[in-house]
Design a binder for this molecule. Structure first.
Ligand code: URA
Length: 230
């Protein structure tokens, strides 16, 4: 029998790309964080320093999902602590979202990079669809445990992890969406990744940043509307 397309695409040397077997059967975020530290669900664990799991309260009503840890996140073990994280913090504040009350995570939990000639700098490399789908069980577990009202997809990778591989942030950013098959679930709002704003030309940066704040404001408004009545 021919192996299915999915099986062929999601294996490497016969080993499946899948974090599923590393997930604990029970427990909260801390148990999942401990288990994720040992994840070998795809080859990215081989070169990264550590797993960077999500951070924030289990009671968070909003979850922010980025792409993958960057260089500084990989060294420090926390999501969004580098330049993109600082920009995100500023935009959240302007949109009226308290970062300390949000759960912040990434679609992919290991840093993927190439080493620059000379061997000093590690250059970010975008995760591919196999890696995104291998890591998805961790993201789904984080969403199951936090049960947020609103999820923000920061950039294309998070958009694909949450909404499916054909999702285009440029097309659907700033709209109130739901994850496919979860019509009663959390709202999803997609927006640009903060790193895309850092990379934008001087000419485009201001408008790109205003767009991020505007999309985050959509999330803030949805959050206010879902507020449990006192
Ligand atoms: N970019 C991301 O997507 N996540 C981080 O944690 C840092 C940079």
């Amino acid at each position: 029998m021919c192996p299915s397309k999915t099986t062929r695409e999601n294996t490497r040397g016969g080993r499946p790309y899948n974090a599923g077997p590393y997930l604990p059967r029970s427990g909260g975020l801390d148990a999942h964080r401990r288990a994720a530290a040992r994840c070998q669900g795809c080859p990215l664990h081989e070169n990264a320093t550590r797993t960077v799991f999500g951070k924030g309260p289990e009671s968070a009503r909003i979850v922010l999902v980025g792409e993958q840890p960057g260089d500084q996140e990989d060294r420090r073990g926390e999501p969004f602590v580098g330049p993109a994280g600082r920009l995100l913090g500023k935009a959240l504040e302007e949109a009226g979202i308290d970062r300390d009350e949000a759960y912040v995570t990434n679609a992919v939990k290991h840093f993927k990079f190439t080493v620059a000639p000379g061997g000093k700098r590690r250059i970010h490399k975008a995760p591919d669809l196999r890696e995104i789908s291998a890591c998805r069980p961790w993201l789904l577990a984080e969403l199951r445990l936090t049960r947020p009202d609103v999820v923000v997809a920061l950039g294309a990778t998070a958009g694909k992890a949450l909404m499916g591989s054909s999702f285009r942030v440029t097309k659907d950013r700033g709209a109130l969406l739901r994850m496919p098959g979860e019509e009663e679930g959390a709202y999803v709002v997609a927006t640009l990744h903060p790193s895309a704003i850092l990379r934008a030309s001087d000419k485009d940066r201001e408008a790109a940043y205003a767009g991020l704040v505007s999309d985050l404001s959509v999330a803030a408004k949805a959050l206010a509307e879902c507020e449990p009545s006192p």
